[in-house]
Design a binder for this molecule. Structure first.
Ligand SMILES: Cc1cc2nc3c(=O)[nH]c(=O)nc-3n(C[C@H](O)[C@H](O)[C@H](O)COP(=O)(O)OP(=O)(O)OC[C@H]3O[C@@H](n4cnc5c(N)ncnc54)[C@H](O)[C@@H]3O)c2cc1C
Length: 341
C-alpha cells in the first residue's frame, strides 16, 4: 500500500491544503490521495482571526469552532490523528515518530505554525502571563475574564495587541498597553495613523505606556501589580503577552532541514528535503525578495495551499504572492496595512 501524504498541523495551513487537494482531485476526476493529518490539538476547524474579535461579539470559544474535527475528517476524507504530537522526522525512512506510534509518509507537509515569544519577567505572577495563539489559549483567557469587568495589561502594541485592546474594551473591560516603541503599530503604520488609532481607543478605556517594558508582575491582594521599567505601576487582573510569534522550526531543524527564522522553502514550498514541504506561520519563503520572508497571515496561507495542492498532485506550481494587504481588526479605527511582501 502507498504511504499517505502526511500533514502535520490542523490550522489554516493544514486544512486549506487538504481542501485544495480535494478540490483539484474532484475537478480533474482523479482518485483521492490518501492523506493523514496529525495534530497536537483537537483538529477542530476555526478561523484564528476570530480570536481577537470574539469578545465584542460575545462569542464563546465553543462558538468559534466552525467545523468540528470529526466532520472535517469525514468530509475531506482524511485519517485524523488528533491530540498527537510529532516528536521526530526520520527523513531517510520517510517516517514520523508520534505520541501514537510511527507513521510512514510518501510526502510530508509541515504546517506547524508558530509559538508566542516569551520574555523574562520577574515576580510571582510572571507565570500567569497569557498569550493567545490558538482556540485553547483563547478558552483559557476567556475563562479568566470570567464574565465580569477586568483590567488587562497587554504587552505589545502591535497588530494582535491593538486588536485585543479594542476587543477587550468593547467586551466591557479596561486595558493598559505597554510597548517599548513610541506609538501603536509603530512597525506597520505612519505616526499620524498611530495617533488617530490611539485617540480613538483611549476614550473607550485603553491607557498607553510607550517607551517602556514590563519588568515584574507581583500578586497583591488578588490583583497583579505590573511594574514597568520607567517606574510606573499598573494594577491589573490579567496580563496578556502579544509581543510576537516565532516559527516552529525545531522539528525540521532536528531532522536536518534548512531553517533560518522559519523552515526555508522554495517557490514550490519544498524544503531542503524534496519529499518535505512547509507553509503557513512555520515557513520562511526564501525566494521572496526584501527582508520580510516570514508571512504569518491568512492570505499567504491561501495562496501557498493552492499552489502546494497542485504540486502534491504531480503538477508542480510555484507559489506567487500578489499584494496582500492585512486589515487590522480595530473597529474603533479600522486600518489596512500594506502587503508585507
Ligand atoms: C489572535 C490572532 C488574530 C489574527 N488575525 C489575523 C487577521 O485578521 N488577518 C490575517 O491575515 N492573519 C491573522 N492572524 C494570523 C493568522 O491567523 C495565521 O497566520 C494563521 O492562522 C496561521 O495558520 P497555520 O496553520 O500556519 O498555524 P497554526 O494555526 O498555528 O497551526 C499550527 C498547527 O500545528 C500543530 N503542531 C505544531 N507542532 C506540532 C507537532 N510537533 N506535532 C503535531 N502537531 C503540531 C498545532 O497543534 C496546530 O494545529 C491572526 C493570528 C492571531 C493569533
Amino acid at each position: 500500500m502507498t504511504a499517505p501524504i502526511v500533514i502535520i498541523g490542523s490550522g489554516l495551513a493544514a486544512w486549506s491544503t487538504v481542501r485544495e487537494l480535494r478540490k483539484l482531485e474532484a475537478l480533474s476526476s482523479m482518485a483521492l490521495q490518501p492523506v493523514t493529518l496529525i495534530c497536537a490539538d483537537s483538529g477542530d476547524f476555526y478561523a484564528k482571526p476570530t480570536l481577537s474579535n470574539a469578545l465584542a461579539q460575545k462569542r464563546t470559544p465553543a462558538q468559534l469552532v466552525t467545523t468540528p474535527a470529526a466532520k472535517m475528517s469525514e468530509t475531506q476524507n482524511v485519517t485524523l490523528m488528533a491530540n498527537t504530537s510529532v516528536h521526530k522526522i526520520d527523513t531517510a525512512a520517510q517516517m514520523v515518530q508520534t505520541s501514537q506510534g510511527d507513521v510512514s509518509y510518501d510526502r510530508l507537509v509541515l504546517a506547524l505554525g508558530a509559538s508566542p515569544i516569551r520574555v523574562p519577567v520577574d515576580g510571582d505572577a510572571s507565570d500567569v502571563i497569557l498569550s493567545v495563539n490558538s482556540i485553547s489559549d483563547f478558552a483559557a483567557f476567556h475563562a479568566k475574564l470570567d464574565g465580569s469587568p477586568k483590567h488587562v495589561a497587554i504587552m505589545g502594541a502591535g497588530l494582535i495587541g491593538c486588536e485585543f485592546a479594542n476587543d477587550l474594551v468593547l467586551g466591557g473591560h479596561t486595558v493598559s498597553v505597554v510597548d517599548p516603541a513610541p506609538r501603536a503599530l509603530a512597525a506597520l503604520i505612519d505616526e499620524s495613523t498611530s495617533l488617530e488609532l490611539q485617540s480613538k481607543l483611549t476614550p473607550l478605556g485603553v491607557t498607553w505606556h510607550f517607551g517602556t517594558t514590563v519588568q515584574a508582575a507581583r500578586t497583591h491582594e488578588n490583583r497583579i501589580h505590573v511594574l514597568l521599567a520607567d517606574g510606573e505601576m499598573i494594577k491589573a487582573d490579567l496580563i496578556l503577552s502579544a509581543i510576537g510569534l516565532r516559527p516552529n522550526v525545531q522539528l525540521a531543524k532536528d531532522a536536518g532541514l534548512t531553517t533560518d527564522r522559519g523552515i526555508v522553502v522554495s517557490e514550490l514550498l519544498q524544503t531542503s528535503d524534496p519529499a518535505i514541504f512547509a507553509l503557513g506561520d512555520c515557513a520562511q519563503y526564501g525566494f521572496v525578495s526584501g527582508k520580510i520572508q516570514v508571512l504569518p497571515y491568512v492570505m499567504p496561507v491561501m495562496h501557498a495551499s493552492r499552489a502546494l495542492a497542485s504540486t502534491l498532485l504531480g503538477k508542480p506550481q510555484p507559489v506567487r504572492f500578489p499584494a496582500m494587504p492585512v486589515r487590522v481588526k480595530t473597529p474603533a479605527h479600522p486600518i489596512t496595512v500594506a502587503s508585507p511582501v
